[in-house]
Design a protein around this ligand. Structure first.
Ligand code: PLP
Length: 409
C-alpha cells in the first residue's frame, strides 16, 4: 500500500541509510528493531570515517593541530547537544550511553542518600533504571518504591503522588517505555516531585529519537539518552544534569581529563563537564553524533513523529485482525512500539521464524523483567518503527506474521 499521508519523502530518506538495501535471509530486510537500536545515515557514518581518516588524535591533551581539531569537534558536538536540548554545554556530560548516565547519577548523587531514604521508580522501567538504584539499596540501605500501571500501561498518577514522603530523595522514571510505548507525562510528574522538593532523573532513551527535548521546559534535574537509538553511533550517551546539582556532586570515576591538579597529598577536580569525564572519551563517535541532530532537524521531529504514528496506527489495526494476538501497551499517548504475543506461541519461536522471512523484531523480556511479571508473561515479540519504515514494510510484516502464526498454531 501507498504511504499517502506522509509529508516527508521516505524513499529519499531510505537512500540515506545504506543498510536498508541489504537483504536478510534472501529477502528484503524489514528492520523493526528500532527500539533496541536505530540505523545510521551515511552522513553520520561518513563523519566517523572522516574523523579516522583526517582528525584522529586524543582530545584535550595535545597542543598539536590534530588534537586541537579533534577537541574542537568533540566540543562542537557538546554545544550542538546543548542547543538541541535547551541546556548549557557545561550541563552536557558524555557517557557510554543511557545506562552509564544513570549509573553516574546513582553512584555520585546517591552518595548523599542514607539508610531508609526512598527512591521512587515505576514498574515499566528498563533494568538500566532499576539496578543502579538497587545497588544503592545494598550499599546504603535505601528503599525503592514502585509506581504501578493500569492494564493499558498508563502510570497510576494517584499512587505516584501518594508515594512521596519525608524520606523521598529521588524519583526516576522513563519518558517513554521501551516495551509499552507509553509516553509518560514527565513534565507534570517532575512538577509533582519538585512540589515535595525531590529531584528527578528522566530516562530519555526512548524519547530522544521521537520527541523534541527541552530541559528548561521540562525543568528536570537529570536526563539520560543514547546516541545509537537516535540514528547515531554506538558507544555515546548523554547525561544532562542541572548545573548546581552537578557542581555539588562528587566525581563518578577518577583518572585523566577530570582533574585540575594531582599530587599524592590530594587531588583537585576539573570544572564541569570534565569532572565527570574521566579517561579518553569516545571522541570519534562523539564528533559524528553531531550529524544526527542535523539529520533529525532536516527531516523535522514533527514529521518523524507523524510518520511513525501513521505506521503505529496502521500496524496496530492490521495486527488486531490476527486471531489471538494480544498487544501489551495501549496507552492513549504512545510511541511507535508494539509488544505482543499470539496465543500461547513462544515469543522466541515467532521472532526466529519472522527473521527467516527477513523481518527483524526483538523477543524476550526487553530488559524489563518486573514489567513482564506485572503482566504475568515471560516475554513478548516487539516491533518498533523509525522514520525510514514504510507502510509497505508493515504489510510484509503482517503477512509474515500471519504465515508464521499459522505454522506455529
Ligand atoms: N532505558 C531504556 C528505556 C531503554 O530502552 C534502554 C535501551 O534499550 C536503556 C535505558 C539502556 O540504553 P543503553 O543500552 O544505550 O545504555
Amino acid at each position: 500500500m501507498d504511504s499517502g499521508k506522509s509529508v516527508i519523502d521516505i524513499d529519499s530518506i531510505r537512500k540515506e541509510f545504506p543498510i536498508l538495501s541489504r537483504g536478510a535471509n534472501d529477502r528484503p530486510l524489514i528492520y523493526l528493531d528500532n527500539t533496541a537500536t536505530s540505523q545510521t545515515p551515511s552522513t553520520v557514518v561518513d563523519a566517523v570515517v572522516d574523523m579516522y581518516e583526517h582528525h584522529k588524535a586524543n582530545v584535550h591533551r595535545g597542543v598539536h593541530l590534530l588534537s586541537r581539531e579533534a577537541t574542537d569537534m568533540q566540543e562542537a558536538t557538546r554545544r550542538r547537544v546543548a542547543a538541541y536540548i535547551n541546556a548549557s554545554p557545561e550541563e552536557v556530560i558524555f557517557t557510554r550511553g543511557t545506562t552509564e548516565a544513570i549509573n553516574l547519577v546513582a553512584s555520585s548523587f546517591g552518595q548523599r542518600f542514607s539508610e531508609g531514604d526512598e527512591v521512587i521508580l515505576t514498574v515499566m522501567e528498563h533494568h538500566a533504571n532499576i539496578v543502579p538504584w538497587q545497588l544503592l539499596q545494598s550499599q546504603r540501605g535505601i528503599k525503592v518504591r514502585v509506581v504501578d500501571i493500569d492494564d493499558r500501561g498508563v502510570l497510576n498518577q494517584e499512587q505516584y503522588r501518594s508515594l512521596f514522603g519525608p524520606r523521598t530523595v529521588m524519583a526516576a522514571f522513563c519518558h517513554v517505555s521501551n516495551v509499552l510505548g507509553t509516553v509518560n507525562p514527565v513534565k507534570d510528574m517532575i512538577a509533582v516531585a519538585h512540589g515535595y522538593g525531590v529531584p528527578v532523573l528522566v530516562d530519555g532513551a526512548q524519547a530522544s529519537p521521537h520527541l523534541n527535548l527541552d530541559m528548561k521546559d521540562l525543568d528536570c534535574d537529570f536526563y539520560a539518552f543514547s546516541s545509537h537509538k537516535m540514528y547515531g553511533p554506538a558507544g555515546v550517551g548523554v547525561l544532562y544534569g542541572r548545573r548546581d546539582l552537578l557542581e555539588s556532586m562528587p566525581p563518578y570515576q577518577g583518572g585523566g581529563e577530570m582533574i585540575r591538579h594531582v599530587s599524592f597529598e590530594g587531588t583537585t577536580f576539573a570544572d564541569l563537564p570534565f569532572k565527570f569525564e574521566a579517561g579518553t572519551p569516545d571522541f570519534v563517535d562523539i564528533a559524528a553524533f553531531a550529524r544526527c541532530f542535523d539529520f533529525i532537524e532536516r527531516v523535522g521531529m514533527v514529521h518523524i513523529a507523524a510518520h511513525e504514528h501513521e505506521l503505529l496506527d496502521y500496524a496496530t489495526e492490521r495486527m488486531l485482525e490476527i486471531p489471538d494476538l494480544r498487544i501489551y501497551g495501549t496507552a492513549p499517548d504512545k510511541s511507535a512500539v508494539i509488544s505482543f504475543n499470539v496465543g500461547d506461541i513462544h515469543n522466541y519461536d515467532l521472532g526466529l521464524l519472522l527473521d527467516r522471512l527477513g523481518v527483524a523484531v526483538r523477543t524476550g523480556h526487553h530488559c524489563a523483567q518486573p514489567l513482564m511479571e506485572r503482566f504475568g508473561i515471560q516475554g513478548t515479540v516487539r516491533a518498533s518503527f523509525a522514520v525510514y519504515n514504510t507502510l509497505e514494510e508493515v504489510d510484509i510484516f503482517i503477512s509474515a506474521l500471519r504465515k508464521v502464526t499459522a505454522m506455529l498454531s
